[in-house]
Design a protein around this ligand. Structure first.
Ligand SMILES: C[S@@+](CC[C@H](N)C(=O)[O-])C[C@H]1O[C@@H](n2cnc3c(N)ncnc32)[C@H](O)[C@@H]1O
Length: 225
């Protein structure tokens, strides 16, 4: 907890909050794991000090594969020491890998059945948000689930404080979220027992939309007899 608060003050843009997520939000974000049958491939992005990681580790079964991607080396060391190393010791045959990297560049091999993402998208420019979602969607199997969250009303609260450029950025991030929800059957879930209350969004990756045929530009002329 102390480490999270310290890192938040050092780098609020990437950490995104001053408090780790609650068990209630962790439950909402990781619910999809229990619905999956057979061997499962799971990816967590931006675990911080690991409230979602802890829950995912508890839900893993033999044969599952779990990758974790975290940018901040301090959080990585803490995750390794407190959660990942003790877990590997208890279950040496389980495949759990922690990557200290940005999700845009992490050396990962999909497809995953479930991606749980804790990134603070409302702190990022829309171009970065779009490219991170593009990467995560490319790593997700068709029909797989991507869960992410944001604080309830975060854009409304931030908008008066960030100037014109910041407001344009927030609108851009909102637009990315809306189009993802439309395209991938997004479902939203309000979690009040979190500081501050949060909205978990669950996207279900839809079949690739068939490429549209290019409109014919000229009418075909009948060849002269
Ligand atoms: C809001 S914190 C979430 C922490 C935790 N999931 C929770 O809910 O308490 C966001 C985390 O994402 C990490 N992060 C930010 N940008 C990232 C990126 N591009 N790739 C991977 N991790 C990133 C930060 O270092 C931070 O640990």
């Amino acid at each position: 907890m102390f480490r999270f608060v310290r890192e938040a003050f050092r780098d609020i843009r990437h950490t995104g909050s001053v408090w780790p997520s609650s068990p209630a939000l962790a439950k909402a974000m990781t619910r999809g794991l229990g619905d999956l049958r057979g061997k499962r491939r799971v990816l967590e992005v931006g675990p911080g000090t690991g409230p979602f990681t802890e829950r995912i580790l508890r839900g893993l079964r033999d044969g599952d594969h779990f990758d974790i991607v975290e940018l901040n080396p301090v959080f990585c060391r803490e995750l390794e020491r407190r959660l990942v190393a003790p877990y590997r010791k208890r279950k040496p045959r389980m495949m759990v890998a922690l990557h200290q990297a940005a999700i845009q560049e992490a050396p990962l091999e999909g497809p995953y059945d479930l991606i749980v993402c804790g990134l603070p998208f409302n702190n990022f420019p829309p171009t970065l948000v779009r490219s991170i979602f593009r990467r995560m969607m490319a790593l997700l199997r068709e029909g797989g689930e991507l869960a992410y969250f944001e604080y309830a009303g975060v854009r409304t609260i931030k908008a008066p404080l960030v100037g014109e450029r910041g407001r344009r950025q927030l609108k851009g991030v909102q637009y990315v979220g809306e189009s993802l929800r439309r395209r991938h059957r997004g479902k939203r879930e309000l979690v009040l027992s979190n500081i501050p209350p949060a909205v978990a969004t669950h996207l279900r990756k839809s079949e690739a939309t068939p490429a549209k045929r290019a409109p014919e530009t000229r009418k075909r002329r009948t060849a002269p007899a």
